[in-house]
Design a protein around this ligand. Structure first.
Ligand code: NAD
Length: 675
């Protein structure tokens, strides 16, 4: 039986969850097993219960295959399932006997809800263990009593941030936060402490079942409570930006539930849960952050090789970041720059990083990553020199963001070992690496690049060679679309605000300043020189040229679309409005929003058509983690799915008729049902 029921001579039952499959999850199998176990406990003469797991994790949470299938038409059935699940946990905590969760591995989502329904939560202090309720990160709320119990345990002020951000905590942090009672160092202690607690507490009551208990910091007639409620919408809009329904429903569950009894509060929670689960945003987020993410992270590796010694060429912003994350993953790193001084500055005294100005220190490297200035001749030179020092079968990579990999590969004698490893800035924070396969890159080289990305704990997407690859090319359309709108006379504040309200991580004009306008111009001019047919939007580039001419080339030069007052916050350059804004620009807010999002989604479809992208998962994950495409949408292609492909095509045709052919949907899209 996959829930082992072992009663010892003291009458203590150990219930060991061991469901079929690699982890314990909440599904119909669980419902039956837990139902049977609770009935058996109710009918048995026992002293107490220890709940633990036979798996590596304690309990993985909801079964996302089940959750993603909840639709408005089967919502009432889903609600019944949730109610049953909660009533089982309610019976467990009202057995009249002590129930202890002996948390031997991560307990997330539904797993932590089981723990919350236990009278005591003891956690093993292991580095890999996390506990908490991450549902909000998938567009959901904890619907197995999680919101209701957390709010009554901690009060709304402490519970809401944990719930709305879906925080996963290490054992010690969970103890500090007050969501577990005890942390122990060994598995033996986990069980012995559970037994000791059971013996010392023969008839415990949950805090919410104590007479007169409610939500600690929300009480009728208490002025502090009203103060909290008044501040709530501001907290909310900061977290949800108006596009994430989960934080809104979590707050509604908490506040509405605060003024009713516990069981009614559970019912309110269930209703909001089903509303979220049957809605589109949770489907988008589950698709991206679960299915797509697992797909890209789970790419099979065939080499089993690990990088032992890495050479990084160029100790600037990117090179220093690459050296840092690699050294922290235990790789020996040599960081080379033109002068020892520059290399030392980049190395920052970090353990495991040897700064140098000499190619001979690269001897024995099994991976080289080049991150010098974006200049083809310079890259050729440093790559050739480094390759001759490295091991004969070393992988040679470039972190270029714009130069095609196939061309750069000619710098080394063996193009099969050459590949693109495109990191994002700031390297320690950004989890994506875009791996670019050149025309001659071998499968073995690709696999070793994947191994390395996994070794440093980042998420890889794999794309084929193209100018700007996938991420820079697609993100570029977002920035240029915004500047085109400015050139048409749309107010810059409207563009920036609509972009952020639609869920983009950064406003397009702000990011344009970060990248610097002169660099964009340089890339554009190079592209036109190489192939004039590749660039269409000259009005945007005329505007950029004018800004650069005015001495406003971006943040690093002290001025761009924004002003950067010393010690103050940046603000949009007031003269932008007088120079460019036209009262009759005639672009509605809805059109601004759709132009910014559609232009990226359409470029992604073209990347797929051209074979730059080879999977939907790469597109969605690359867009969210690489350039901050609205996470609520599930990524550029999931955005089209959730819009409905045919509706998207119609809307794109309208945008093409009104604003230009770049919005015309490719034929491949007209023929698709979904991605
Ligand atoms: P950077 O200007 O900060 O650093 C470049 C470094 O290369 C400097 O320290 C310079 O001294 C060094 N260098 C120059 N010639 C050298 C030589 N012969 N040998 C060794 N070192 C030499 O530039 P960065 O922002 O770190 O960008 C580096 C590369 O990464 C570029 O190809 C860029 O396109 C790419 N990239 C940048 C970003 C970003 O956001 N900045 C993102 C992705 C990729």
């Amino acid at each position: 039986m996959p829930f082992h029921y072992d009663k010892d001579s003291d009458g203590i039952v150990t219930l060991t969850m061991d469901m079929s499959g690699s982890a314990n999850v909440m599904n119909t199998e669980y419902q039956e097993l837990m139902g049977d176990a609770v009935s058996k406990l109710e009918g048995d003469d026992i002293t107490g219960v220890i709940i633990t797991s036979a798996k590596k994790t304690f309990f993985a949470g909801g079964d996302l295959n089940v959750l993603i299938a909840i639709m408005p038409e089967n919502a009432s059935q889903a609600l019944e399932g949730v109610e049953e699940l909660k009533s089982q946990l309610r019976r467990l905590e009202k057995l009249g006997k002590p129930v202890v969760a002996a948390i031997n591995g991560s307990a997330l989502g539904g797993g932590f809800e089981i723990a919350l329904a236990s009278h005591r939560r003891i956690v093993l202090n292991d580095n890999s263990i996390r506990v908490g309720l991450p549902e909000a990160t998938l567009g959901l709320l904890p619907g197995g009593g999680g919101v209701t119990r957390m709010v009554r345990l901690l009060g709304v002020q402490k519970a809401l941030p944990l719930l709305m951000e879906g925080k996963q905590l290490r054992p010690e942090r969970a103890l500090q936060a007050g969501i577990v009672h005890q942390v122990v160092e060994t598995r033996e202690e986990l069980i012995s402490e559970a037994r000791a607690w059971i013996k010392a507490n023969p008839a415990p009551t949950q805090p919410w079942d104590v007479q007169g208990a409610g939500v600690p910091d929300l009480k009728f007639g208490d002025p502090n409570s009203y103060g909290l409620l008044a501040a709530a919408p501001a907290v909310l809009s900061k977290k949800s930006h108006g596009v994430y329904p989960a934080p809104e429903k979590i707050m509604a569950t908490a506040v509405e539930g605060a003024y009713v009894d516990f069981d009614t509060a559970l019912k309110i929670e269930g209703r909001y849960f089903v509303e979220l689960a049957s809605g589109q945003v949770s489907k988008n987020m589950i698709t991206a952050f679960w299915f797509n993410l697992n797909e890209v992270n789970g790419r099979a590796s065939s080499t089993g090789k690990r990088v032992a010694k890495l050479g990084v060429l160029g100790a600037g912003m990117m090179g220093a970041g690459i050296a840092e994350v690699s050294a922290k993953a235990g790789i020996e790193v040599v960081l080379k720059d033109v002068t020892l001084e520059a290399a030392e500055k980049g190395a920052g005294g970090l353990e495991g990083v040897k700064p140098t100005d000499s190619d001979s220190d690269l001897a024995g490297c099994d991976l080289i990553i080049e991150a010098v200035f974006e200049n083809r001749e310079l890259k050729n030179k440093v790559l050739g020199a480094a390759e001759s020092q490295a091991l004969p079968d070393a992988v040679i990579a470039s972190n270029t963001s714009t130069l095609p990999i196939t061309g750069l590969a000619t710098a080394v004698p063996d193009a099969e070992r050459f590949i693109g490893l495109h990191f994002f800035s700031p390297v320690p924070k950004m989890r994506l690496v875009e791996i670019i396969r050149g025309e001659k890159t071998s499968e073995e080289t690709l696999q070793r690049a994947l191994d390395y990305v996994r070794q440093i704990g980042k998420t890889p997407i794999v794309v084929n060679d193209s100018r700007g690859f996938y991420t820079s090319r697609t993100f570029g359309t977002y920035v240029i679309e915004a500047i085109s709108m400015l050139a048409e006379g749309v107010a810059p504040a409207l563009i920036e605000n609509v972009a952020k309200k639609s869920g983009m991580a950064v406003g397009p004009l702000a990011v344009s300043d970060e990248v610097t306008l002169s660099l964009q111009l340089k890339i554009h001019d190079q592209t036109v020189a190489d192939d004039p047919s590749l660039v269409s939007d000259s009005a945007a580039y005329d505007l950029i040229r004018e800004m650069v001419g005015l001495g406003r080339a971006g943040k690093s030069t002290g001025a761009g679309f924004y002003e950067y007052p010393e010690g103050g916050r940046k603000f949009l350059w007031p003269e932008l409005a007088t120079r460019y804004v036209k009262a009759d620009a005639g672009v509605s807010e809805q059109d601004v929003r759709d132009r910014l999002l559609f232009v990226q989604a359409l470029e992604t479809v073209r990347c797929l058509d051209e074979g730059v992208l080879t999977s939907v998962a790469d597109a969605n994950i690359g867009s969210i983690f690489g350039f901050g495409f609205a996470p609520w949408s599930g990524g550029t292609l999931q955005f089209i799915n959730s819009y409905g492909v045919q509706a998207f095509v119609e809307r794109a045709d309208y945008l093409a008729d009104t604003y230009g052919e770049r919005f015309r949907p490719p034929v491949s899209l007209r023929e698709r049902d979904k991605f």
